[in-house]
Design a protein. Structure first.
Length: 181
């Protein structure tokens, strides 16, 4: 996750499906009833949140994290040289504090999804291809595969007939994959 946030050329949004999963698995000391409920409630509100609602959402988020901090304080430094080991819940708390803007982006930024499931679905065929065949023989083959998969994914998102678009492309007829509407 830390490498993702080092890319400074874009605004970041955390995948809240992954955060909820971590809260339910590792976040026993994080006031799961409060943390996950708050994110899910925000998911069902009309978004993006504006002025007062946005400030209230951020305030509640910080209150939940402060409460979790009190319930699960950092480990005490021990006499040895090593830094004390943090629990998975403690590590999650630290990430939720450091990346508040990304966690709440779905509620505060127009068009930001709650999860990154669509992006993961778009990458899955490449992972399957890589696992089944061990990769590509050439860079050119990988590029062609990626372009075809990207086109197919775009056709599906635009509710266009994938077969008709591919036939037109292979017949060297121009097509538009721009959203209709």
């Amino acid at each position: 996750m830390s490498v993702y946030y080092k890319f400074s050329q874009a605004k970041h949004g955390a995948c809240n499906a992954h955060i909820l999963r971590e809260l339910w698995l590792d976040g026993a000391g994080l006031g799961v009833g409060s943390s996950d409920t708050h994110l899910l409630e925000l998911h069902h509100w009309e978004r993006p949140l504006r002025r007062k609602a946005a400030l209230e959402a951020q305030k509640r988020y910080r209150q939940i994290l402060r409460q979790a901090e009190m319930e699960d304080p950092p480990p005490d430094p021990q006499a040895g040289r090593e830094r004390p080991k943090s629990t998975p819940g403690r590590n999650l708390l630290r990430r939720l504090q450091e990346h508040e803007e990304a966690v709440l982006a779905f509620a505060l930024v127009e068009g930001m999804p709650f999860t990154n499931n669509q992006a993961e679905r778009d990458l899955r065929p490449l992972q399957v291809k890589h696992k089944v065949s061990g990769g590509f023989r050439t860079d050119q083959g990988a590029k062609v595969y990626a372009r075809l998969q990207g086109g197919i994914s775009t056709c599906r998102k635009q509710e266009q007939n994938v077969y008709a678009i591919l036939r037109a492309l292979f017949a060297h007829r121009p097509v538009s994959l721009l959203a209709r509407g």
